[in-house]
Design a binder for this molecule. Structure first.
Ligand code: GAR
Length: 196
């Protein structure tokens, strides 16, 4: 039986599109966003996947929103949750309930947080990149599954650099998801072993 995958997204959804175009060895059963204007909803519709929004501002606080999100995700009985440009922090109960992968636009542990590309440019690094990691209770912190470097060019701005990082993400994220679906990831403390 193929694994059931839920994708959470907030943005344009280019990583979601890369996932829907790939052979994952599992099925994306739903896409859930925190905002009704997320481009990811259109990508889901184009791919024939059910899309839903749990709008953050509609709830009195983060805990109430997170409970609603958790309830929605639970209905789909996922084996894996994928954060594909999801820009909200999830509480510990959520991230410990299902295995969860996140894609982040830097070489973690450098530049965690919401504006990783801008932070890398501001620091003046010559190399940044993309990280796919398992999510734990701390933000942008869990065991690293895949990483790839991207060189910073002297004339880069955040837009141009982020586009090149996304090109890498569109390969790394589907690869990490397919490794999970094939039961090829073994977590040994902070180290993720990829089984042959
Ligand atoms: C991606 O670059 C992803 O790494 C980043 O948001 C972008 C979403 O793009 N995620 C974060 O910054 C999480 N901290 P997309 O909507 O086109 O897939």
């Amino acid at each position: 039986m193929g694994k059931r995958i839920i994708v959470l997204a907030s943005g344009a959804g280019s990583n979601l599109a890369a996932l829907t175009a790939a052979d994952l060895g599992g099925r994306i059963v739903a896409v859930v966003t925190d905002r009704a204007d997320a481009g990811a909803l259109m990508r889901a519709e184009q791919a024939g996947i059910s899309g839903d929004t749990i709008p953050y501002p509609a709830f009195p606080d983060r805990a109430a929103w997170a409970r609603a999100l958790e309830g929605n995700v639970a209905e789909h009985e996922p084996d894996l949750v994928v954060l594909a440009g999801f820009m909200r922090i999830l509480p510990p109960e959520f991230v410990t309930r299902w295995p969860t992968l996140n894609v982040h636009p830097s070489l973690l542990p450098a530049f965690p947080g919401a504006r990783a590309v801008e932070a890398a440019l501001a620091w003046g690094v010559k190399v940044t990149g993309s990280t796919v990691h398992l999510v734990d209770e701390e933000v942008d912190h869990g065991p690293i599954v895949l990483q790839e470097a991207v060189a910073v060019r002297p004339d880069d701005d955040a837009g141009s650099l982020h586009e090149r990082i996304k090109t890498v993400e569109h390969r790394l994220l589907p690869r990490a998801v397919s490794l999970f679906c094939a039961d090829r990831l073994r977590v040994e403390g902070r180290y993720v072993r990829i089984l042959q």
